[in-house]
Design a protein around this ligand. Structure first.
Ligand SMILES: [Zn+2]
Length: 273
């Protein structure tokens, strides 16, 4: 019969195992009809990411603790729509006060605190339209979480964590923390905007961050290349889908290495107790 002492040691090791185990989440950014071929803001070959993403989630189902899908979710008169800025060029400046409220159309504010560069886009991903729906080809499970972004009519939101001014955050970070996630595998559209800004915020928030290049496509090659170069500089790991196996094996083996010295030490203490 196991002694109470050994029982305590066993319980401790079990708790330690739970504490040290690396938890991985798969983020699927904006795989919505508006960004797919035929959509109003179609990314070239955007549909090519879908089988790659589906394959990652089915292949590594046992290793992925959480799948989160972000969804661009805009008002019909959203500030990022070119249709709302007749005669303006492709890029405008938007001024906000310190509370994150947009200054009026003449840029009058009691105090301008933020000056954001806003790229203007065709109308896309409007709330409750088929344009905003996820592709039917994308695998979804009831356990997936959906993070909507860009629903503030006056601020754009590329990142799935924060709006472009950093004024307000989504529930993504809290959900990942609740699930004990510490590593993120990021996929989706578009590589040079929403994937890029999500990955940059993920890294800043302390997640070990991987972007699967062939599970993303850029709006343009130039901005895509520049985003990849910047992500590399910031310590974000840029990988291809065949590398996911190695990454997951590495994360798992890191957990084992972390536990081993503790297991040996605690075992020895109890052996000689
Ligand atoms: Zn958008």
């Amino acid at each position: 019969m196991i002694s109470p002492c050994w029982l305590s040691a066993l319980t401790f090791l079990l708790l330690l195992d739970l504490t040290c185990a690396r938890q991985i989440a798969l983020l699927i950014i904006d795989v919505q009809n508006c960004f797919l071929p035929g959509g109003s803001l179609a990314v070239t070959e955007g549909d090519k990411v879908i089988p790659v993403i589906n394959n990652i989630r089915s292949e590594y189902k046992a290793d992925i603790s959480l799948v989160a899908l972000s969804q661009d979710w805009h008002c019909s008169d959203h500030i990022s729509f070119a249709s709302q800025h007749k005669g303006a060029g492709p890029i405008i400046q938007l001024l906000y006060d310190k509370s994150g409220s947009l200054c009026d159309e003449n840029n009058n504010c009691t105090e301008v605190a933020y000056n954001l560069t806003q790229h203007l886009w065709p109308d896309h991903c409007v709330i409750n339209t088929s344009s905003a729906n996820f592709s039917l080809s994308l695998t979804q499970e009831p356990s997936d979480i959906v993070i909507r972004k860009g629903y503030n009519c006056k601020v754009d939101s590329y990142s799935a964590f924060y709006d472009n001014g950093g004024f307000r955050y989504t529930e993504l970070h809290d959900k990942l923390q609740e699930a004990g996630i510490d590593a993120l595998i990021i996929t989706g559209l578009a590589r040079d905007y929403c994937v890029y800004y999500t990955a940059m915020d993920a890294k800043k928030l302390g997640y070990e961050t991987y972007v699967v290049l062939d599970a993303t496509r850029p709006v343009t090659k130039a901005t895509g290349d520049s985003a990849v170069a910047d992500m590399k500089i910031k310590g974000i790991q840029i990988i291809e889908s065949p590398d996911v196996a190695t990454v997951i094996a590495q994360l798992t083996s890191d957990a084992i290495h972390l536990q081993s010295p503790f297991i040996i030490m605690i075992s020895m203490i109890f052996m000689f107790h």
